[in-house]
Design a protein around this ligand. Sequence first.
Ligand code: ACO
Length: 377
Amino acid sequence: MSDPDIKKGLAGVVVDTTAISKVNPETNSLLYRGYPVQELAATQPFEAVAYLLWNGELPNAEQLAALRATEREHRALAANVKAAIDLVPVEAHPMDEIRTAVSLLGASDAVGSGSVLDASGTPEQNLERSVRLFAALPAIVAYGQRRRRGEDIVAPRDDLDYSANFLWMTFGTEPDPVVVDAFNRSMILYAEHSFNASTFTARVITSTLSDLYSAVVGAIGALKGPLHGGANEAVLHIFDEIGEASNVNAWLDTALAEKRKIMGFGHRVYKNGDSRVPTMKAALDTLVEHYDRPDVEALYTTLANEFVARKGIHPNLDYPSGPAYNLIGFDTLTFTPLFVASRVTGWTAHVMEQAASNALIRPLSAYDGVDERHIEV
Ligand code: ACO
């Protein structure tokens, strides 16, 4: 019999306070530092939202310019990081590649700042590390996709802001403003979501007074799983399996008979729909129009309507972002790495918040193994 005091998966358990974001499933809203995420996605560049998550306020023009200048300074792929990526088998999942790259950045940073023994760092050091990681990740993600396609690295461009430069480094072509805008919105929507599995992982690691990079490496590992970040990739696999809207019903009959989980649907916190979906769906719509792909819209809507009608389970953010990233031209394997590039802002904000009022995170367990026994001699 299960013990009612045990909250499997920590479901419904409030473990701490946070001032970074507020998820309200009743009103279907998500606030970053008090601002509705929809408003931020409609009005802000991702850099400004990163600043907001770290500092609690949106930047003024001067602060945004300073952040953008630092981001530009650190956006090129470091030679040692490129060499480390090249050592990762090209067939490996790119999340393994990114985990390795961030781990190396951490080791290099610890030596460079002389903080090998005092890894947890000061608040100022951690803010600098957060900005550097945020700046370094696009080149790591972009190079990963290019190397899997057998293409050469593309150097960053100083005349482009974060999102446009990210697309430039990935595709090596001038990005269209419609595409930059949709991509920027997705980065903002993925940036933060309270105590999700990867963020909680980062906070657990921070609570031991370990360093920010270790916390991010752990978070990357947690995000890799298909029940979390890996779902946006899985959505594309489902779209590929179904093919076109007219196949949805037959496909769903089989999938549900086989008791398959339909990736991109359901959420631990939101039970009546994910607050981020309408904004990402609107971004997807602009891409559908830009690339003239009504077939994608038809498949998206038919599957969503049919699954909601049959199971009452709503799409989550991964559902519209998967096809959006596909239309932009990202390989399916690159989707979860894009999530990393965005969520690193939320993770690092939580690392700093956890460090500022730390308590070691160490829950208890109820033992249900064999009774005490002894070795017979
Ligand atoms: N497809 C089919 N059935 C589902 C789905 C789904 N996507 N989601 C939930 N259900 C069903 C479960 O089978 C379960 O049914 P049962 O009671 O008959 O056994 C019931 O709904 C409750 O589901 P749980 O998995 O217990 O709910 P939980 O809150 O633990 O799960 C989760 C949330 C893990 C996200 C789940 O909905 C899921 O696996 N979804 C697919 C993966 C996914 O899209 N993840 C992305 C999360 S959002 C993000 O990372 C941006």
